[in-house]
Design a protein. Structure first.
Length: 147
């Protein structure tokens, strides 16, 4: 079973598509928070603030929106000028509704070639520590309102 889990693809594109659909179905405006410094991101440089960019991906704001398992791409107008935007899935940090901030923050994903985080390599093969010496799990990420 651990081999099957290790070979599973990322859930990020599936969650992203579902959340964008949910936000659209509720008549709200989906926004993406993107790490503009991540490899492969193509956005207008003047739209980047502190290494991040927030993108409105509402169907009325973009043209030719494509969301596949590898990336999101579309055409959008920035300052009245049309630009092609390309965002790899790993660069997407959050998706949320502009009007109420509801959505999801995504945990960082390792890039191709990155070494696994310490302690994550094949936990199934590692002997289990008893409950008295085990460290408590980290708190899961939480949603922040990004304006």
């Amino acid at each position: 079973m651990s081999e099957a889990v290790a070979t599973m693809s990322s859930s990020r594109p599936y969650m992203l598509r579902a959340l964008v659909e949910w936000i659209n179905d509720n008549g709200l405006t989906p926004h993406l928070q993107v790490d503009a410094c991540a490899s492969g991101v193509r956005v207008p440089a003047f739209a980047v603030r502190d290494g991040k960019v927030t993108l409105n991906i509402a169907l009325r704001a973009v043209a030719h929106l494509q969301m596949d398992n590898d990336a999101i791409s579309f055409q959008a107008r920035f300052g009245g000028v049309s630009h092609n935007v390309y965002v790899p899935m790993a660069a997407i940090e959050a998706v949320y509704a502009r009007e109420n901030g509801q959505g999801m923050v995504f945990p960082p994903e390792p890039q191709a070639g990155d070494a696994p985080a310490p302690g994550t390599a094949d936990r199934a093969a590692a002997p289990q520590a008893d409950a008295a010496t085990a460290t408590p799990p980290k708190k899961p990420p939480h949603l922040r309102v990004i304006k």
